[in-house]
Design a protein around this ligand. Structure first.
Ligand code: NAD
Length: 471
Protein backbone atom coordinates (compact mmCIF):
# COMPACT_ATOMS: atom_id res chain seq x y z
CA UNK A 1 0.00 0.00 0.00
CA UNK A 2 2.86 2.39 0.72
CA UNK A 3 4.43 1.78 -2.70
CA UNK A 4 1.76 3.32 -4.98
CA UNK A 5 2.59 6.02 -5.81
CA UNK A 6 6.13 6.24 -4.43
CA UNK A 7 6.12 8.05 -1.11
CA UNK A 8 9.13 10.31 -1.81
CA UNK A 9 7.44 11.44 -5.02
CA UNK A 10 4.37 12.35 -2.98
CA UNK A 11 6.42 14.53 -0.64
CA UNK A 12 8.11 16.12 -3.65
CA UNK A 13 4.77 16.94 -5.24
CA UNK A 14 3.85 18.89 -2.13
CA UNK A 15 7.29 20.52 -2.23
CA UNK A 16 6.88 21.49 -5.91
CA UNK A 17 3.49 23.05 -5.27
CA UNK A 18 5.02 25.33 -2.65
CA UNK A 19 8.28 25.86 -4.58
CA UNK A 20 6.28 27.31 -7.50
CA UNK A 21 5.23 30.17 -5.19
CA UNK A 22 8.71 31.24 -4.05
CA UNK A 23 11.58 32.75 -5.98
CA UNK A 24 15.15 31.59 -5.42
CA UNK A 25 18.42 31.51 -7.41
CA UNK A 26 18.82 28.49 -9.73
CA UNK A 27 19.96 25.37 -7.93
CA UNK A 28 18.78 26.27 -4.46
CA UNK A 29 15.38 24.58 -4.59
CA UNK A 30 16.77 21.36 -6.16
CA UNK A 31 19.43 21.30 -3.43
CA UNK A 32 16.79 21.57 -0.69
CA UNK A 33 14.67 18.87 -2.33
CA UNK A 34 17.42 16.29 -2.97
CA UNK A 35 18.21 13.56 -0.47
CA UNK A 36 21.89 13.89 0.55
CA UNK A 37 22.54 10.22 1.40
CA UNK A 38 20.84 6.88 2.04
CA UNK A 39 22.68 4.05 3.77
CA UNK A 40 21.49 0.50 3.34
CA UNK A 41 22.79 -2.04 5.84
CA UNK A 42 22.23 -5.77 5.91
CA UNK A 43 23.46 -8.18 8.54
CA UNK A 44 22.84 -11.73 9.69
CA UNK A 45 20.60 -12.48 12.64
CA UNK A 46 20.93 -15.75 14.50
CA UNK A 47 17.37 -16.65 15.40
CA UNK A 48 16.46 -18.39 18.63
CA UNK A 49 16.07 -21.71 16.78
CA UNK A 50 19.65 -21.45 15.46
CA UNK A 51 18.73 -20.51 11.87
CA UNK A 52 20.27 -17.46 10.21
CA UNK A 53 18.27 -14.69 8.59
CA UNK A 54 19.49 -11.60 6.74
CA UNK A 55 18.04 -8.36 8.13
CA UNK A 56 17.83 -5.16 6.05
CA UNK A 57 17.88 -1.66 7.45
CA UNK A 58 18.27 1.92 6.21
CA UNK A 59 19.21 5.35 7.45
CA UNK A 60 18.50 8.33 5.19
CA UNK A 61 20.05 11.77 5.64
CA UNK A 62 17.81 13.99 3.58
CA UNK A 63 19.37 17.34 4.43
CA UNK A 64 22.56 18.15 6.27
CA UNK A 65 22.04 21.91 6.02
CA UNK A 66 22.06 21.72 9.80
CA UNK A 67 23.74 19.16 12.01
CA UNK A 68 22.95 16.89 13.67
CA UNK A 69 20.31 15.39 11.46
CA UNK A 70 17.32 14.08 13.37
CA UNK A 71 14.60 11.53 12.80
CA UNK A 72 13.07 8.40 14.25
CA UNK A 73 13.56 4.85 13.12
CA UNK A 74 10.82 2.29 12.63
CA UNK A 75 10.37 -1.44 12.62
CA UNK A 76 7.97 -2.40 9.82
CA UNK A 77 7.68 -5.14 7.23
CA UNK A 78 7.04 -2.54 4.50
CA UNK A 79 10.24 -0.54 5.12
CA UNK A 80 12.07 0.48 1.95
CA UNK A 81 14.57 3.01 0.66
CA UNK A 82 11.74 5.07 -0.80
CA UNK A 83 9.92 5.14 2.53
CA UNK A 84 12.90 6.25 4.65
CA UNK A 85 13.88 8.85 2.05
CA UNK A 86 10.39 10.33 2.03
CA UNK A 87 10.19 10.31 5.82
CA UNK A 88 13.65 11.91 6.10
CA UNK A 89 12.53 14.67 3.72
CA UNK A 90 9.45 15.28 5.89
CA UNK A 91 11.78 15.56 8.89
CA UNK A 92 13.80 18.29 7.15
CA UNK A 93 10.67 20.33 6.50
CA UNK A 94 9.18 19.59 9.91
CA UNK A 95 12.27 20.65 11.87
CA UNK A 96 12.63 23.82 9.80
CA UNK A 97 8.94 24.62 10.23
CA UNK A 98 8.97 24.53 14.03
CA UNK A 99 12.46 26.05 14.33
CA UNK A 100 14.45 23.04 15.51
CA UNK A 101 18.17 23.24 14.65
CA UNK A 102 18.31 19.93 12.77
CA UNK A 103 18.59 18.47 9.30
CA UNK A 104 16.20 15.66 8.43
CA UNK A 105 16.85 11.93 8.77
CA UNK A 106 14.93 8.68 9.13
CA UNK A 107 15.74 5.03 9.68
CA UNK A 108 14.00 1.71 9.35
CA UNK A 109 14.53 -1.98 9.87
CA UNK A 110 12.47 -4.23 7.64
CA UNK A 111 10.89 -6.70 10.05
CA UNK A 112 7.43 -7.61 11.29
CA UNK A 113 8.08 -6.98 14.97
CA UNK A 114 5.62 -9.56 16.25
CA UNK A 115 7.50 -12.35 14.40
CA UNK A 116 10.56 -11.95 16.65
CA UNK A 117 11.27 -12.78 20.28
CA UNK A 118 12.46 -10.04 22.63
CA UNK A 119 15.98 -11.51 22.60
CA UNK A 120 16.00 -11.46 18.79
CA UNK A 121 14.75 -7.87 18.70
CA UNK A 122 17.51 -6.85 21.08
CA UNK A 123 20.14 -8.47 18.83
CA UNK A 124 18.67 -6.71 15.78
CA UNK A 125 18.63 -3.26 17.40
CA UNK A 126 22.12 -3.60 18.83
CA UNK A 127 23.55 -4.73 15.50
CA UNK A 128 21.71 -1.98 13.60
CA UNK A 129 23.16 0.57 16.05
CA UNK A 130 26.64 -0.89 15.56
CA UNK A 131 26.23 -0.49 11.78
CA UNK A 132 25.19 3.14 12.28
CA UNK A 133 28.23 3.81 14.48
CA UNK A 134 30.54 2.28 11.84
CA UNK A 135 29.16 4.69 9.23
CA UNK A 136 29.23 7.74 11.51
CA UNK A 137 25.41 7.76 11.28
CA UNK A 138 24.72 8.23 14.96
CA UNK A 139 26.08 10.64 17.56
CA UNK A 140 24.96 13.78 19.39
CA UNK A 141 26.53 16.05 16.75
CA UNK A 142 25.91 14.01 13.60
CA UNK A 143 22.65 12.06 13.69
CA UNK A 144 20.21 11.56 16.55
CA UNK A 145 17.64 8.77 16.03
CA UNK A 146 14.44 8.57 18.06
CA UNK A 147 11.27 6.47 18.22
CA UNK A 148 8.84 5.85 15.37
CA UNK A 149 6.47 3.02 14.47
CA UNK A 150 7.14 -0.13 16.44
CA UNK A 151 9.88 1.55 18.47
CA UNK A 152 9.34 2.36 22.14
CA UNK A 153 11.48 3.05 25.19
CA UNK A 154 12.92 -0.50 25.25
CA UNK A 155 14.30 -0.39 21.70
CA UNK A 156 15.68 3.09 22.33
CA UNK A 157 17.31 1.90 25.58
CA UNK A 158 19.11 -0.92 23.66
CA UNK A 159 20.28 1.57 21.03
CA UNK A 160 21.46 3.97 23.72
CA UNK A 161 23.29 1.28 25.64
CA UNK A 162 25.06 0.04 22.49
CA UNK A 163 26.11 3.57 21.61
CA UNK A 164 27.41 4.17 25.16
CA UNK A 165 29.45 0.98 25.00
CA UNK A 166 31.06 2.04 21.72
CA UNK A 167 31.69 5.68 22.63
CA UNK A 168 33.55 5.16 25.86
CA UNK A 169 34.15 8.45 27.65
CA UNK A 170 32.20 10.69 25.21
CA UNK A 171 30.67 13.12 27.66
CA UNK A 172 27.62 13.96 25.52
CA UNK A 173 26.97 10.36 24.46
CA UNK A 174 23.43 10.33 25.90
CA UNK A 175 22.46 12.95 23.33
CA UNK A 176 22.98 10.38 20.56
CA UNK A 177 19.42 9.11 20.75
CA UNK A 178 16.13 10.46 22.09
CA UNK A 179 13.02 8.80 23.48
CA UNK A 180 15.09 7.18 26.22
CA UNK A 181 13.52 6.07 29.49
CA UNK A 182 13.73 8.92 32.02
CA UNK A 183 16.21 6.93 34.12
CA UNK A 184 18.53 6.76 31.09
CA UNK A 185 18.54 10.49 30.38
CA UNK A 186 15.11 10.74 28.78
CA UNK A 187 12.83 13.68 29.37
CA UNK A 188 9.47 13.60 31.10
CA UNK A 189 6.60 14.07 28.64
CA UNK A 190 8.30 12.54 25.56
CA UNK A 191 6.11 9.42 25.38
CA UNK A 192 2.87 11.37 24.98
CA UNK A 193 4.45 14.39 23.20
CA UNK A 194 3.35 13.65 19.63
CA UNK A 195 -0.25 12.95 20.62
CA UNK A 196 -0.29 15.99 22.89
CA UNK A 197 1.06 18.11 20.03
CA UNK A 198 -1.65 16.73 17.71
CA UNK A 199 -4.19 17.83 20.30
CA UNK A 200 -2.72 21.36 20.57
CA UNK A 201 -2.69 21.69 16.77
CA UNK A 202 -6.33 20.63 16.44
CA UNK A 203 -7.29 22.92 19.31
CA UNK A 204 -5.72 25.92 17.57
CA UNK A 205 -7.38 25.10 14.24
CA UNK A 206 -10.87 24.63 15.66
CA UNK A 207 -10.46 27.85 17.60
CA UNK A 208 -10.20 29.81 14.33
CA UNK A 209 -13.54 31.37 13.43
CA UNK A 210 -12.41 31.78 9.82
CA UNK A 211 -11.40 28.11 9.37
CA UNK A 212 -14.48 26.77 11.16
CA UNK A 213 -16.76 28.91 9.03
CA UNK A 214 -15.13 27.43 5.92
CA UNK A 215 -15.73 23.85 7.06
CA UNK A 216 -19.15 24.56 8.55
CA UNK A 217 -18.38 23.59 12.14
CA UNK A 218 -18.79 25.35 15.47
CA UNK A 219 -15.65 26.66 17.15
CA UNK A 220 -14.02 24.62 19.93
CA UNK A 221 -13.20 20.99 20.62
CA UNK A 222 -16.11 20.32 22.94
CA UNK A 223 -18.62 17.94 21.31
CA UNK A 224 -16.58 17.31 18.14
CA UNK A 225 -16.74 13.73 16.85
CA UNK A 226 -13.46 12.01 16.07
CA UNK A 227 -12.34 8.86 14.22
CA UNK A 228 -8.80 7.63 14.86
CA UNK A 229 -6.88 5.25 12.64
CA UNK A 230 -4.12 3.49 14.63
CA UNK A 231 -4.37 3.42 18.41
CA UNK A 232 -0.60 3.33 18.91
CA UNK A 233 1.59 5.91 20.56
CA UNK A 234 0.32 8.88 18.53
CA UNK A 235 -3.31 7.82 18.09
CA UNK A 236 -3.89 6.77 21.67
CA UNK A 237 -2.46 9.92 23.24
CA UNK A 238 -4.18 12.20 20.74
CA UNK A 239 -7.46 10.41 21.51
CA UNK A 240 -6.87 10.75 25.22
CA UNK A 241 -6.23 14.49 25.15
CA UNK A 242 -9.09 15.15 22.73
CA UNK A 243 -11.47 13.20 24.98
CA UNK A 244 -10.28 15.09 28.06
CA UNK A 245 -11.08 18.33 26.24
CA UNK A 246 -14.65 17.20 25.51
CA UNK A 247 -14.42 15.58 22.06
CA UNK A 248 -16.17 12.25 21.39
CA UNK A 249 -14.08 9.49 19.80
CA UNK A 250 -16.76 7.63 17.82
CA UNK A 251 -14.49 5.39 15.77
CA UNK A 252 -11.20 3.52 16.19
CA UNK A 253 -9.70 1.76 13.18
CA UNK A 254 -6.97 -0.76 13.87
CA UNK A 255 -5.23 -3.40 11.80
CA UNK A 256 -7.41 -6.23 13.08
CA UNK A 257 -10.76 -4.41 12.77
CA UNK A 258 -12.61 -1.27 13.71
CA UNK A 259 -14.95 -0.03 16.42
CA UNK A 260 -17.76 2.46 16.03
CA UNK A 261 -20.10 3.94 18.61
CA UNK A 262 -21.92 7.22 17.92
CA UNK A 263 -22.16 7.85 21.68
CA UNK A 264 -18.39 7.76 22.06
CA UNK A 265 -15.86 5.01 22.78
CA UNK A 266 -13.78 4.62 25.92
CA UNK A 267 -10.32 5.22 24.38
CA UNK A 268 -8.56 4.29 27.62
CA UNK A 269 -10.40 0.96 27.91
CA UNK A 270 -9.72 0.04 24.27
CA UNK A 271 -6.06 0.95 24.70
CA UNK A 272 -5.74 -1.09 27.91
CA UNK A 273 -7.42 -4.06 26.25
CA UNK A 274 -4.99 -3.97 23.29
CA UNK A 275 -1.97 -3.29 25.51
CA UNK A 276 -2.83 -6.48 27.41
CA UNK A 277 -2.64 -8.41 24.13
CA UNK A 278 -6.37 -8.30 23.32
CA UNK A 279 -7.89 -7.59 19.92
CA UNK A 280 -10.57 -4.99 19.34
CA UNK A 281 -12.54 -7.73 17.58
CA UNK A 282 -13.38 -8.99 21.07
CA UNK A 283 -15.03 -5.69 22.05
CA UNK A 284 -18.67 -4.82 21.67
CA UNK A 285 -19.49 -2.65 18.67
CA UNK A 286 -16.76 -4.09 16.44
CA UNK A 287 -17.18 -3.68 12.71
CA UNK A 288 -15.29 -6.06 10.47
CA UNK A 289 -13.32 -4.14 7.92
CA UNK A 290 -13.82 -4.78 4.25
CA UNK A 291 -10.08 -4.69 3.77
CA UNK A 292 -7.23 -4.76 6.21
CA UNK A 293 -6.07 -1.26 5.37
CA UNK A 294 -8.95 0.28 7.20
CA UNK A 295 -10.32 2.08 4.17
CA UNK A 296 -13.93 1.79 5.28
CA UNK A 297 -13.31 3.21 8.73
CA UNK A 298 -11.65 6.27 7.27
CA UNK A 299 -14.88 7.07 5.48
CA UNK A 300 -17.03 7.11 8.60
CA UNK A 301 -18.98 10.23 9.40
CA UNK A 302 -17.18 12.49 11.91
CA UNK A 303 -15.93 16.04 12.35
CA UNK A 304 -12.25 15.16 12.69
CA UNK A 305 -10.43 12.19 11.19
CA UNK A 306 -7.03 11.45 12.76
CA UNK A 307 -4.99 9.08 10.59
CA UNK A 308 -2.28 7.96 13.04
CA UNK A 309 -1.08 4.67 11.60
CA UNK A 310 0.73 4.70 8.28
CA UNK A 311 1.29 6.54 5.01
CA UNK A 312 -0.77 6.81 1.79
CA UNK A 313 -4.05 5.71 3.37
CA UNK A 314 -6.09 8.59 1.94
CA UNK A 315 -5.75 8.29 -1.82
CA UNK A 316 -7.60 9.47 -4.90
CA UNK A 317 -9.81 6.35 -4.64
CA UNK A 318 -11.25 7.07 -1.19
CA UNK A 319 -10.73 10.87 -0.94
CA UNK A 320 -14.09 11.57 -2.66
CA UNK A 321 -15.82 9.43 -0.01
CA UNK A 322 -14.19 10.91 3.11
CA UNK A 323 -16.94 12.46 5.24
CA UNK A 324 -14.81 14.16 7.92
CA UNK A 325 -14.60 17.95 7.76
CA UNK A 326 -11.06 18.06 9.20
CA UNK A 327 -8.16 15.68 8.54
CA UNK A 328 -5.66 15.86 11.39
CA UNK A 329 -2.53 14.08 10.19
CA UNK A 330 -0.98 12.33 13.19
CA UNK A 331 0.84 9.87 10.90
CA UNK A 332 3.53 10.87 8.44
CA UNK A 333 2.33 11.04 4.84
CA UNK A 334 -1.20 9.63 5.30
CA UNK A 335 -2.57 11.69 2.39
CA UNK A 336 -1.34 11.46 -1.20
CA UNK A 337 -0.89 14.71 -3.14
CA UNK A 338 -3.82 13.87 -5.43
CA UNK A 339 -6.09 13.02 -2.51
CA UNK A 340 -5.08 16.27 -0.87
CA UNK A 341 -6.19 18.23 -3.95
CA UNK A 342 -9.48 16.37 -4.10
CA UNK A 343 -10.15 17.18 -0.45
CA UNK A 344 -9.10 20.80 -0.88
CA UNK A 345 -11.66 21.09 -3.66
CA UNK A 346 -14.26 19.52 -1.35
CA UNK A 347 -13.50 22.10 1.34
CA UNK A 348 -12.02 19.60 3.79
CA UNK A 349 -9.49 21.22 6.08
CA UNK A 350 -6.18 19.35 6.27
CA UNK A 351 -3.80 19.87 9.17
CA UNK A 352 -0.58 18.65 7.57
CA UNK A 353 1.71 16.04 9.11
CA UNK A 354 4.84 18.16 8.97
CA UNK A 355 3.18 20.57 11.37
CA UNK A 356 0.69 18.47 13.30
CA UNK A 357 2.93 15.62 14.44
CA UNK A 358 5.98 17.81 15.11
CA UNK A 359 5.40 17.58 18.89
CA UNK A 360 7.44 14.37 19.03
CA UNK A 361 10.60 15.81 17.55
CA UNK A 362 10.07 19.04 19.49
CA UNK A 363 10.22 17.20 22.80
CA UNK A 364 13.06 15.04 21.48
CA UNK A 365 14.88 18.33 20.96
CA UNK A 366 14.23 19.23 24.60
CA UNK A 367 15.64 15.83 25.60
CA UNK A 368 18.77 16.41 23.49
CA UNK A 369 19.25 19.88 25.03
CA UNK A 370 18.84 18.31 28.49
CA UNK A 371 21.48 15.69 27.64
CA UNK A 372 23.95 18.27 26.34
CA UNK A 373 23.45 20.48 29.39
CA UNK A 374 23.61 17.53 31.79
CA UNK A 375 20.93 18.90 34.08
CA UNK A 376 17.23 18.21 34.48
CA UNK A 377 14.95 21.07 33.42
CA UNK A 378 13.79 22.99 36.48
CA UNK A 379 16.42 21.56 38.81
CA UNK A 380 18.22 24.85 39.35
CA UNK A 381 15.24 27.19 39.69
CA UNK A 382 12.15 25.25 40.72
CA UNK A 383 12.55 25.70 44.49
CA UNK A 384 13.85 29.25 44.12
CA UNK A 385 10.79 30.28 42.10
CA UNK A 386 8.37 28.58 44.50
CA UNK A 387 9.96 30.42 47.44
CA UNK A 388 10.00 33.71 45.56
CA UNK A 389 6.27 33.29 44.87
CA UNK A 390 5.70 32.47 48.56
CA UNK A 391 7.56 35.62 49.64
CA UNK A 392 5.56 37.70 47.19
CA UNK A 393 2.25 36.31 48.43
CA UNK A 394 3.23 36.84 52.07
CA UNK A 395 4.12 40.44 51.25
CA UNK A 396 0.71 40.91 49.59
CA UNK A 397 -0.99 39.38 52.66
CA UNK A 398 0.88 41.82 54.93
CA UNK A 399 -0.03 44.73 52.70
CA UNK A 400 -3.74 44.02 52.53
CA UNK A 401 -3.87 42.51 56.02
CA UNK A 402 -5.73 39.44 54.74
CA UNK A 403 -4.67 35.84 54.12
CA UNK A 404 -5.03 33.73 50.99
CA UNK A 405 -6.78 30.41 51.54
CA UNK A 406 -4.22 27.57 51.98
CA UNK A 407 -5.42 26.05 48.65
CA UNK A 408 -4.94 29.34 46.77
CA UNK A 409 -1.54 29.79 48.41
CA UNK A 410 -0.40 26.30 47.34
CA UNK A 411 -1.73 26.81 43.84
CA UNK A 412 0.29 29.96 43.23
CA UNK A 413 3.46 29.28 45.23
CA UNK A 414 4.92 26.67 42.90
CA UNK A 415 7.95 26.27 40.70
CA UNK A 416 7.71 24.46 37.37
CA UNK A 417 8.75 20.80 37.21
CA UNK A 418 10.51 19.28 34.21
CA UNK A 419 7.21 17.98 32.90
CA UNK A 420 5.55 21.40 33.29
CA UNK A 421 8.37 23.03 31.35
CA UNK A 422 8.39 20.40 28.60
CA UNK A 423 4.61 20.61 28.13
CA UNK A 424 4.73 24.38 28.15
CA UNK A 425 7.54 24.43 25.54
CA UNK A 426 5.56 21.97 23.42
CA UNK A 427 2.39 24.04 23.64
CA UNK A 428 4.29 27.20 22.74
CA UNK A 429 5.82 25.48 19.70
CA UNK A 430 2.51 24.11 18.45
CA UNK A 431 0.61 27.37 18.98
CA UNK A 432 3.32 29.50 17.37
CA UNK A 433 3.68 26.97 14.53
CA UNK A 434 -0.02 27.04 13.78
CA UNK A 435 -0.23 30.82 13.65
CA UNK A 436 2.84 31.06 11.40
CA UNK A 437 1.32 28.63 8.90
CA UNK A 438 -2.14 30.11 9.12
CA UNK A 439 -0.67 33.60 8.59
CA UNK A 440 1.14 32.46 5.43
CA UNK A 441 -1.99 30.65 4.20
CA UNK A 442 -4.11 33.78 4.64
CA UNK A 443 -1.50 36.08 3.14
CA UNK A 444 -0.89 33.92 0.05
CA UNK A 445 -4.45 32.52 -0.17
CA UNK A 446 -3.25 28.95 -0.11
CA UNK A 447 -4.04 25.82 1.91
CA UNK A 448 -2.31 25.10 5.22
CA UNK A 449 -0.12 22.31 3.81
CA UNK A 450 1.26 24.44 0.99
CA UNK A 451 1.77 27.25 3.50
CA UNK A 452 3.71 24.90 5.78
CA UNK A 453 5.97 23.86 2.88
CA UNK A 454 6.47 27.52 1.86
CA UNK A 455 7.57 28.39 5.40
CA UNK A 456 9.91 25.39 5.60
CA UNK A 457 11.48 26.11 2.22
CA UNK A 458 12.08 29.73 3.21
CA UNK A 459 13.81 28.70 6.44
CA UNK A 460 16.06 26.06 4.86
CA UNK A 461 16.87 28.43 1.98
CA UNK A 462 17.86 31.15 4.44
CA UNK A 463 20.37 28.81 6.08
CA UNK A 464 22.03 28.09 2.73
CA UNK A 465 22.03 31.76 1.78
CA UNK A 466 23.37 33.06 5.07
CA UNK A 467 26.20 30.55 4.88
CA UNK A 468 27.11 31.96 1.48
CA UNK A 469 26.47 28.68 -0.36
CA UNK A 470 23.81 30.38 -2.50
CA UNK A 471 23.37 34.09 -3.27
P1 NAD B 1 2.87 2.76 16.81
O1 NAD B 1 3.57 1.56 16.30
O2 NAD B 1 2.93 3.09 18.25
O3 NAD B 1 1.33 2.72 16.41
C1 NAD B 1 0.86 2.48 15.12
C2 NAD B 1 -0.54 1.89 15.26
O4 NAD B 1 -1.12 1.75 13.98
C3 NAD B 1 -0.53 0.50 15.91
O5 NAD B 1 -1.51 0.44 16.92
C4 NAD B 1 -0.85 -0.42 14.74
O6 NAD B 1 -1.51 -1.62 15.13
C5 NAD B 1 -1.74 0.47 13.90
N1 NAD B 1 -1.81 0.05 12.50
C6 NAD B 1 -0.86 -0.48 11.73
N2 NAD B 1 -1.33 -0.78 10.51
C7 NAD B 1 -2.63 -0.41 10.51
C8 NAD B 1 -3.66 -0.45 9.55
N3 NAD B 1 -3.46 -0.94 8.33
N4 NAD B 1 -4.88 0.04 9.89
C9 NAD B 1 -5.10 0.55 11.12
N5 NAD B 1 -4.17 0.59 12.08
C10 NAD B 1 -2.94 0.13 11.78
O7 NAD B 1 3.42 3.96 15.91
P2 NAD B 1 3.38 5.52 16.24
O8 NAD B 1 4.69 5.87 16.84
O9 NAD B 1 2.11 5.87 16.91
O10 NAD B 1 3.40 6.11 14.76
C11 NAD B 1 2.23 6.21 13.97
C12 NAD B 1 2.45 7.23 12.88
O11 NAD B 1 2.83 8.48 13.48
C13 NAD B 1 3.58 6.90 11.90
O12 NAD B 1 3.25 7.43 10.64
C14 NAD B 1 4.76 7.66 12.46
O13 NAD B 1 5.74 7.94 11.49
C15 NAD B 1 4.07 8.91 12.95
N6 NAD B 1 4.80 9.66 13.97
C16 NAD B 1 5.17 9.09 15.15
C17 NAD B 1 5.86 9.86 16.09
C18 NAD B 1 6.24 9.32 17.45
O14 NAD B 1 6.72 10.10 18.28
N7 NAD B 1 6.03 8.07 17.75
C19 NAD B 1 6.19 11.20 15.81
C20 NAD B 1 5.77 11.76 14.61
C21 NAD B 1 5.08 10.98 13.69
Amino acid sequence: MNQHPPFFEQVNRYFDRAAALVDYPPGLLPQIKACNAVYHVSFPLRRDDGSIEVIHGWRAHHSQHRLPVKGGFRLTSHASEDEVTALAALMTYKCALVNLPYGGAKGAIKIEKSDYSEAELERIIRRYTFELVRRNCIGPGVDVPGPDMGVGAQEIAWMHDTYLALSHGEVDASGAVTGKPVTQGGVRGRVEATGRGVFFGIREAVDSAELMEKVGLERGIDGKTVVIQGLGNVGYHAGRFLTEAGARVVGIVEREGALYDPDGLDVEAVHQHRAAGGSILELEGTETLEDKDGVRGLEWECDILVPAALENVIREQNAPRIRARIIAEGANGPTTAQASEIMNARGILQLPDLYLNSGGVTVSYFEWVKNLSHVRFGRMERRFRAMAAERMMSAVEDLVDKNFSPERFDEVAVGASEEDLVNSGLEETMVEGFHEIHGTAQEMKIDLRTAAFVNSIRKVALTYQERGIFP
